[in-house]
Design a protein around this ligand. Structure first.
Ligand SMILES: Nc1ncnc2c1ncn2[C@@H]1O[C@H](COP(=O)(O)OP(=O)(O)OP(=O)(O)O)[C@@H](O)[C@H]1O
Ligand SMILES: [Mg+2]
Length: 265
């Protein structure tokens, strides 16, 4: 399964990505985290890994992305077709992975100087990486995105099996959740909301204010251990009950959609 995490800036996308990654490995799954945030650089710290090299290096070395995309457009090749080959968790070049305790981190790339314009190139690369990635039954991919819905507008959601919108108690988060909910029929994958950084009042307020509140599957609450890890850049604590509910819910729906029993270990 490929899970995309999106939401407003600072809502907790990277935190929830890391919590999901840790919980999945605790349940015996193999996990690759794909970092598609081209600006923020801290994901590796909360996963406890080193920063991986940019995947752009791999793809540019292999073949020009732009050329492949242009050919695909000219020849009417359907979107989502792997244009640069296929790979598995075992054949991703090890030099582009950073690992810690069963979680492997891959990063599309980071903007490091003022000449690196053209964000579409990074999103195209992430889409190609996901399209070419063939999963075994116990493989899980978690995609951390940067703020907003640009990834969805650029059709990255179509390369995923589910989208999780992280909603913190703010007007912007409510609006963004409404926007993604409105896109659900276009991306054809389940869209879930997880509430984050709430207290009892803001949780109740969000449940009331959010459109399509049936999408809410968990509430992480304001958590001092998470906040502390975020401050210090330490790996996140394991065993968060909200993350277990998220996994149970999305695995159950995914198994029902694929017509097989959920894979629990
Ligand atoms: N449940 C929580 N309780 C307390 N603090 C939290 C919680 N979730 C996230 N945080 C803190 O909020 C801050 C932002 O979290 P995070 O970096 O995960 O957000 P983000 O959505 O990935 O941000 P960006 O849009 O900048 O990538 C961090 O300092 C993190 O530790
Ligand atoms: Mg982030």
């Amino acid at each position: 399964m490929k899970l995309m995490i999106c939401g407003k800036g600072g809502s907790g996308k990277s935190t929830i990505t890391a919590l999901l990654a840790r919980q999945y490995t605790a349940e015996g799954k193999r996990v690759v985290v794909l970092d598609t945030d081209v600006s923020n650089v801290g994901l590796h710290r909360i996963l406890g890994t080193a920063a991986p090299p940019d995947l752009t290096g791999y793809f540019s070395g292999k073949r020009s992305m732009r050329e492949a995309m242009r050919n695909a457009r000219q020849n009417g090749i359907p979107r989502g077709t792997p244009l640069l080959g296929t790979w598995t968790f075992d054949t991703i070049p090890p030099e582009y992975l950073s690992e810690n305790r069963g979680v492997a981190l891959v990063s599309v790339g980071k903007i490091r100087d003022a000449t690196q314009f053209g964000k579409g190139r990074w999103v195209g690369l992430a889409r190609q990486f996901l399209a070419g990635l063939v999963l075994a039954a116990d493989d899980r991919v978690i995609i951390d995105t940067d703020a907003g819905v640009e990834h969805l507008a650029r059709k990255m959601g179509e390369a995923c099996d589910a989208i999780i919108v992280v909603v913190d108690p703010s007007y912007e988060s409510i609006c963004l959740a409404a926007t993604v909910s409105g896109m659900a029929d276009q991306v054809h994958v389940p869209v879930y909301f997880v509430l984050n950084k709430t207290d009892v009042h803001s949780s109740a307020f969000l449940r009331n204010a959010l459109p399509d509140s049936f999408r809410i599957i968990a509430d992480f609450g304001q958590d001092r251990a998470i906040l502390g890890a975020g401050f210090t850049g330490c790996p996140l604590p394991a065993g968060n009950p909200a993350v277990m509910s998220v996994i149970e819910m999305i695995e159950g729906v995914h198994a029902a959609q694929s017509g097989c029993a959920p894979l629990r270990t």
